[in-house]
Design a protein. Structure first.
Lengths: 280, 507, 305
């Protein structure tokens, strides 16, 4: 008995030690980013790993009025997309999961096939289309596509989830005379709250991180999102780029909401990621 | 806990979405301006703070002069070429667009801009005679072209920025500061290439000492940047206006326009990156600047400048870069000296009128004097360009310090000479240095349009290898051939092949 | 077949319409944001169109493709080579390591959730943030964080992103920080394995290795397949991670993946060439995905299928 227990304890110790070791490794970049953001210019020059003197000067320099404004833009775009993507992908998923109509399978296959197209194939010609509609330099290219299906992956995930909900209730409602929209709104949606939450959250985070779309379609500083603002400040800047502590301060503040959201909705996020994949 | 955090985040986000105010210059509604009986002229301006500042200055004073015109900002994003391409694809050029001597050719040669000579000829109140002739040269798109495709705004000669605070702590062999010259004035009086190298050596020596013994470095020296990772000169060798004159000084050139020969041009001759004289120039560049450690041997792909961060004593650059020093809250004193080499580059930025503006006629447009024809937006844009080149406009521009006027008559006067302090050596920006030849750096435009970006990118790439120790033998007195200098020849040939492929495919 | 009464037929049409209305958004989406651009991209690839000229250029048919496989082949072949090399090295490495990590993290012990969050953290980094971060931490200068650590360990400094020889290696290495993404999927799959299977295995005295090879791996094959397909598609299109880096040109050249080349053509005003190249990439991805689907007989889909 005793040996079994000590083996078990040893196993736990090893397990935790390895876990901790890897945790340090995985935390390193983010922790170093935060540490660097508190450093002085001199610390940066000397390549310190830990600040010799802690200061907030870099934050004061990085987080200026423009930064707040870009963050505001990002939040607004994110919320619009959150609504648009959740709504349209759940509508489409309901169509694919619960309704029977001619051409459904072909269409669904087509939707999944779009996942395989390289986005660069579409980006260049899309610019002309947007221009034709007078959409460039507005948020429309960043928001309207969300209302048009909300992305194949989201539709797929929702459809998988909806397929897992019992058909019998829908059938019963149908017998009771409920129409399709009613079934969608009153019966299916409430059962899908976890996946709806997942899609809403990931679409917000996706917008928060989005970089390519604004890079291509927006060139007015006052409507940049945060990614684009930081890109033109710290990566592609024809002038001189501020030192690393300022860069890291800007990056840290941008990362913060992602971490808080992930921490708060961890379970929902992890469950959501796996819905489609495990069941599909 | 989690719910609380999430709620807090949501609250903070809502707050920041509601509470923050737009820090960008509120763009006037064009429709409102139109309704108020004004002619709206859109001006495409680079997204940088400096350019936008300059524009808002112009706007204020120009609109006061022409109350019936409303200038509207149309910002071009960080990358000029992408922004311009977007204008082209969408046929969305504004009525006036910012351009520069080394960037306009891709558009002017394709007929996107109007030739300003026609406007000047029809206007007796304006001639180009008072603009520096070397600037007028940069307004052509190739050596044969005579069109004037944009209005030069500034005269940007490459000169040497000096970190006086740093140099005041660098002793020479005689113990005096300023590398032995004692004062900036003395240094200025003795300024030539030899002096330049001498000061570089002194700075490098001082930095090496301080790197060796970091504990003994005084706070003053630390703040002045005399520590590890400081270099004598931020030579901007990834920027054609700075590296071309130095190569030329050493007898080489990457692009040999004398080999142009009309339709029979052999572009592999024009692209003389691998000519023996150019290879020798690289060697001199390396031997004089890189091997002694005066320049940093690695540069990132986009511009991290050493000088504004107090990491270099000298900086080869032009007047507008002063803005970077200032916006970096630099704590050191800046002054200016001429470029120490036998050649220097000059370029300019300015404003062009896109062809499209000629077809736009505002409802509020007036008729041209003496005719019944209405003025097009291009005619109004011309008024703005004339204003930019006028003494008034040039003084407005000079007052924010980021440029030297393109008018010869303002050579020694005007607001620009008082910016910062009238005591500074502003003359370095305009004075003729005996024995120094001025190059206009726009020779890239002898290549086909779709090859130009590749050529300029790859020329820069070559320069980043030229300064690296690993690509040169220890003994630099060896004869220049691909046997003795296999590593650097290998790199140069590799890049030349890439460039030639693109050139041949573009023909 | 008997003709349906008018009323029933109308009802059937209405029923179809009302069902179709639900998927209408995605139909519009695919038409406007996928099919139209794909087709116009193909058309452009048969012309000689510059971005600096407003109209579609003259038809040159296969000229662009001839250039790609002719004079440009050295450059583009190299770029395809780098892209494949990256895919071939980083994808298996990612799959194996994330799987190993998942095995370790699948067991519910105290505090395991916190560890999962930590391992997932680097995946959360926005593209721009990770670009800024890695260009600084992994530059070749002796003050970059990685080199400072190496110096502390009395190891020589390494050039990381600043040399053409080590940039790809660095890119792959730092890509491993993102294995948390697939790890989460593996964990879910492993935890979905019925406990009874392990109990039976225990009764029969199976050791850990046997359990891994006979139970866990076969039951994870759908996930292997999923990760493989998405992995191939994503790594052949790698772009954001490169374009947001601010490193020495030498390093950036070594990371000249195919989409970077396409963007480069676009930036040098050669729109038609960019379109032709992106169609070639599309075909490559389509062929590889099709092959992978064809060869998926090893995937175990459970008994009910």
């Amino acid at each position: 008995m005793k040996t079994v227990r000590s083996v078990k304890i040893a196993e736990y110790v090893v397990r935790y030690a390895v876990l901790a070791l890897f945790a340090v490794l995985f935390l390193f970049p983010v922790v170093e980013m935060v540490l660097k953001s508190f450093m002085s210019d001199l610390d940066i020059r000397f390549g310190e790993l830990f600040p010799t003197s802690w200061g907030l000067a870099s934050y004061a320099e990085a987080i200026d009025a423009k930064y707040w404004w870009w963050m505001r833009n990002t939040i607004i775009i994110g919320v619009i997309n959150m609504v648009g993507i959740t709504l349209s992908s759940s509508l489409c998923a309901f169509g694919f999961a619960k309704l029977r109509f001619k051409g459904r399978e072909t269409l669904f296959f087509l939707v999944l096939a779009t996942l395989m197209l390289p986005s660069i194939c579409m980006q260049i010609p899309l610019y002309k289309i947007y221009y034709g509609m007078n959409w460039t330099n507005t948020w429309l290219p960043l928001t309207v596509p969300g209302f048009c299906g909300g992305g194949a992956l989201n539709i797929f995930l929702m459809r998988q989830y909806m397929k897992g909900t019992p058909d019998s209730i829908c059938e019963a409602a149908k017998v009771d005379g409920a129409n399709k929209l009613g079934i969608y709104l009153v019966i299916v949606l409430p059962m899908c709250v976890p996946i709806l939450g997942y899609v809403a959250l990931t679409s917000f985070l996706g917008c928060w991180n989005d970089f390519m779309t604004p890079l291509l379609y927006i060139n007015r500083e006052s409507i940049y999102n945060l990614s684009l603002g930081l890109y033109y400040r710290y990566v592609n800047n024809a002038g001189s780029i501020p030192p690393a502590n300022v860069q890291m301060a800007a990056a840290t503040v941008m990362l913060l909401p992602c971490i808080v959201l992930f921490f708060c909705f961890q379970k929902m996020l992890i469950n959501g990621v796996t819905v489609g994949a495990v069941k599909g | 806990m989690k719910k609380f955090l999430a709620a807090l985040l949501a609250l903070l986000m809502c707050l920041s979405a509601v509470a923050c105010t737009n820090p960008f210059e509120e763009e006037e509604d064009p429709e409102q301006a139109e309704a108020a009986g004004k002619v709206v002229i859109k001006v495409g301006v680079l997204g940088t703070t400096t350019e936008q500042d300059i524009f808002s200055r112009y706007k204020r004073s120009f609109e006061a002069k022409y109350p019936n015109i409303s200038l509207q900002l149309d910002p071009i994003p960080g990358d000029y070429a992408t922004g311009m391409n977007n204008y082209v694809i969408n046929e969305s050029f504004p009525d006036v667009v910012f351009t520069t001597g080394d960037q306009h050719a891709a558009y002017s040669s394709q007929g996107h801009f109007v030739d300003l000579r026609a406007y000047a000829a029809a206007d007796d109140t304006f001639t180009f005679d008072d603009i520096y002739p070397e600037l007028i040269q940069t307004t052509h798109y190739n050596t044969e072209d005579e069109g004037i495709w944009f209005m030069p705004r500034d005269y940007n000669k490459v000169i040497t920025f000096v970190n006086k605070t740093m140099l005041s702590l660098v002793p020479g062999d005689n113990g005096k500061m300023f590398a032995g010259y004692g004062s900036f004035e003395e240094l200025q009086a003795n300024w030539d290439l030899e002096t330049f190298y001498e000061v570089c050596a002194a700075v490098t020596k001082k930095v090496a000492e301080n790197t060796q013994n970091p504990a003994g470095v005084s706070q003053e020296e630390k703040l002045a940047g005399l520590i590890k990772n400081t270099y004598a000169v931020d030579a901007r060798y990834n920027w054609a206006p700075a590296y071309s004159p130095i190569l030329k000084h050493y007898g080489g050139t990457m692009i040999d326009t004398s080999a142009l020969n009309g339709a029979n041009t052999d572009y592999s001759k024009v692209l003389s990156v691998d000519a023996t004289r150019t290879m020798e120039a690289y060697r001199s560049f390396y031997q004089n600047l890189a091997r002694p450690g005066y320049v940093k041997q690695s540069l990132t792909s986009s511009g991290v400048s050493l000088f504004p961060n107090s990491q270099a004593a000298f900086w080869f650059t032009t007047r507008p870069s002063w803005g970077e020093v200032i916006s970096n809250n630099a704590t050191f004193e800046v002054d200016f000296l001429p470029f120490p080499y036998d050649y220097t580059g000059v370029g300019c930025s300015g404003y062009a009128i896109p062809k499209l503006a000629e077809s736009r006629i505002s409802d509020n447009a007036e008729t041209k004097p003496g005719t019944s024809e209405k003025m097009s937006n291009a005619d109004y844009a011309w008024l703005f360009l004339k204003y930019v080149a006028s003494e008034e406009g040039q003084n407005e521009f000079g007052s924010i310090g980021m440029g030297v006027p393109s008018r010869i008559s303002l050579r020694n006067s005007g607001t620009w000479t008082e910016y910062g302090s009238a005591e500074l050596n502003h003359r370095a920006f305009i004075e003729e240095v005996p024995g120094q030849t001025i190059l206009s750096v726009n020779d890239i435009y002898c290549f086909p349009a779709t090859a130009q970006k590749t050529v300029s990118d790859n020329c820069i790439s070559i320069m980043t290898y030229v300064v690296k120790d690993g690509f040169w033998p220890d003994d630099l007195t060896l004869a220049m051939n691909s046997g003795n200098y296999a590593a650097i020849y290998g790199k140069v040939n590799e890049y030349k092949a890439t460039m030639m492929t693109r050139i041949n495919a573009s023909l | 077949m008997e003709k349906l009464p008018e009323k029933r037929r109308r009802k059937a049409v209405l029923d179809w319409l009302s069902s179709f209305a639900f998927v209408l958004p995605v139909v519009i989406g695919i038409a406007v944001f996928t099919i139209v651009p794909m087709v116009s991209s193909l058309l452009y690839s048969f012309t000689r169109t510059l971005t600096t000229v407003k109209d579609m250029g003259p038809w040159v048919w296969l000229e662009n493709y001839r250039l790609i496989f002719g004079v440009y082949w050295k450059q583009i072949g190299e770029s395809l080579g780098v892209t494949f090399l990256f895919t071939v090295i980083s994808l298996p490495l990612n799959l194996v390591l994330s799987f190993a990590l998942a095995l370790f993290l699948a067991k519910d012990i105290r505090g395991i959730r916190a560890f999962r969050v930590i391992y997932y953290l680097p995946v959360m980094l926005p593209a721009v943030v990770s670009g800024i971060l890695w260009s600084s931490l992994a530059s070749g200068s002796d003050t970059s964080a990685f080199n400072v650590i190496l110096t502390h360990l009395h190891l020589p400094a390494f050039s990381f992103y600043d040399s053409g020889d080590t940039a790809l290696f660095t890119f792959i290495l730092l890509g491993l920080f993102n294995i948390g993404g697939s790890m989460i999927l593996w964990i879910a799959q492993i935890k979905a394995i019925p406990v009874s299977m392990f109990e039976v295995a225990d009764l029969e005295g199976a050791n850990a290795f046997v359990r891994l090879v006979r139970i866990i791996l076969p039951l994870c094959t759908p996930m292997i397949f999923y990760n493989l397909i998405t992995g191939i598609i994503n790594s052949l299109q790698v772009f954001n991670g490169v374009v947001t880096l601010n490193i020495e040109p030498e390093g950036k050249e070594a990371l000249g993946f195919i989409v970077v080349q396409i963007y480069d053509f676009y930036n040098s005003t050669d729109l038609s060439m960019a379109c032709a190249l992106s169609w070639i990439l599309f075909l490559i991805i389509a062929i590889i995905s099709a092959l992978t689907f064809k060869l998926n007989r090893w995937v175990y889909y459970g008994e009910e299928v």
